[in-house]
Design a protein around this ligand. Structure first.
Ligand SMILES: Nc1nc2c(ncn2[C@@H]2O[C@H](COP(=O)(O)OP(=O)(O)OP(=O)(O)O)[C@@H](O)[C@H]2O)c(=O)[nH]1
Ligand SMILES: [Mg+2]
Length: 396
């Protein structure tokens, strides 16, 4: 939906709270990710401000002194907005808006804005608009909305009276019921479509955003799904029939996951994710060149559990081995080895032997390991198929 604030070509300050016990390197990774999210939304990040706290301040997210520092930095650098790395509560949003000279946006709204822009099909648009309305409803005061703009409001400052806000709320509530009805209708249609797919084994590509799921989909199914170096390039599930050595199965490419994926989005993408929930096998794609890949695996596993797909058989596909960085440790360096100090071969050995989950190391870009991936996938699909149809030799 284009009516609600979308932002472009603006400059922003990034703000994050570092929880006690969090490794500063990890916080850097988090802010890199927030910067990448901002970039995907067309926003240039010009500075980062962090504060170490046990928990974010319930009233204003950071401490009062820190908020003054942020206000001063925003003025000095003449940024257009401040981005917070967590979802702010409606009251935090109001309180912070009062203290800062520029507009604010939180991680959830940033992700919602990216989804709003990237949604192309009617289905994805409906899902995203619903999530966005649910997010906006309790935040109508203090946030700049299209409704304010329409009546010539004052930009970032809430100038609307209580009555007008009540009208806005009613408008949004009505819109929410309409969107929900629309989704129920499409859901029914989609369920029928899935039902019509018959008895083929279903495999779903899942994983963190930007790890190479669509690239792999294109490689395995010879299709042309959009793959690019942006977060959330894929919002709609694409399903293709793939045939390996006479063995046909269905392969689905799905929306990527991310840390703190807004719950409104998970909720409204429920049916898109039904494809994952109903899959026989998940290809969990991991970007091994990303410094935080282990945490990304955990985020994906947690999200899978949340949508009720936590107990599916998984094949771990470690992608992007071509950009894996290895830094040899100096002999006199006695510090704990970090991930960069582990050679790829050792990483591979430990993942393929240590876990019960089958794993493979590949590069979709350079096509390394793809034949082996096809072979192993063939055997897994075949096993599922034979388990289901013991008397069917599936040579169609
Ligand atoms: N270096 C390297 N880059 C890769 C590889 N595979 C994919 N990429 C790049 O990674 C970026 C993301 O690829 P996608 O296939 O769009 O990733 P995705 O997981 O579908 O991402 P979303 O749909 O946004 O969740 C693109 O720029 C790809 O070219 C690989 O093996 N090595
Ligand atoms: Mg994709």
């Amino acid at each position: 939906m284009s009516e609600i604030t979308t932002i472009s070509q603006q400059q922003a300050l990034l703000v994050a709270v570092v929880r006690d016990g969090q490794d500063p390197r990890q916080v850097d990774d988090y802010l890199d990710e927030l910067e990448f999210l901002a970039e995907t939304a067309g926003i240039l990040s010009v500075g980062r401000i962090t504060q170490r706290l046990g928990q974010p301040n319930p009233r204003i997210y950071v401490g009062p002194g820190k908020l003054e520092e942020i206000a001063a930095a925003a003025r000095e650098r003449q940024v257009d907005l401040v981005i917070f790395d967590d979802e702010l509560s409606p009251s935090q949003t109001r309180n912070i808006t009062r203290e800062l000279p520029v507009a604010i946006i939180d991680r959830t709204k940033l992700i919602l804005d990216i989804f709003l822009r990237r949604a192309t099909t009617a289905y994805a648009k409906t899902q995203v608009e619903l999530a966005n309305c649910q997010y906006m409803l309790p935040r109508l005061t203090g946030m700049w909305t299209h409704l304010e703009r329409q009546r010539g409001g004052t930009g970032t400052r809430g100038g609307a009276g209580e009555r007008e806000i009540e009208t806005d709320r009613r408008t949004i509530r009505n819109r929410i019921s309409l969107l929900k009805e629309e989704l129920v209708r499409i859901d029914r249609q989609m369920a029928t479509q899935r039902g019509n797919r018959g008895s083929l084994v279903r495999v779903s590509l899942v994983g963190y955003t930007n790890v190479g799921k669509s690239t792999l989909m294109n490689l395995l199914s010879k299709s042309e799904v959009l793959a690019e170096n942006k977060l959330f390039a894929t919002l709609d599930t694409t399903v293709r029939k793939v045939v390996l050595d006479n063995l046909p199965f269905l392969l689905a490419d799905t929306v990527g996951f991310i840390r703190k994926l807004p719950h409104q989005l998970v909720e409204s993408f429920k049916s898109t994710l039904d494809e994952v929930r109903e899959a026989d096998l998940l290809l969990h794609v991991v970007d091994i060149s990303h410094p935080g890949f282990e945490e990304q695996i955990a985020v994906v596993e947690q999200t899978l559990a949340e949508i009720g797909a936590g107990d599916k058989p998984v094949y771990l596909v470690f992608n992007k081995i071509d950009s894996y960085k290895f830094v040899e440790k100096e002999a006199d360096d006695l510090s704990e080895p970090t991930r960069e100090n582990i050679p790829l071969a050792e990483m591979e050995r430990s993942w393929t032997t240590r876990s019960k989950t089958p794993a493979i190391f590949i590069s979709a870009r350079q096509r390394t390991g793809i034949d082996r991936l096809r072979r192993e996938l063939y055997h897994m699909v075949r096993e599922i198929h034979e388990g289901r149809y013991p008397f069917n030799n599936f040579l169609y």
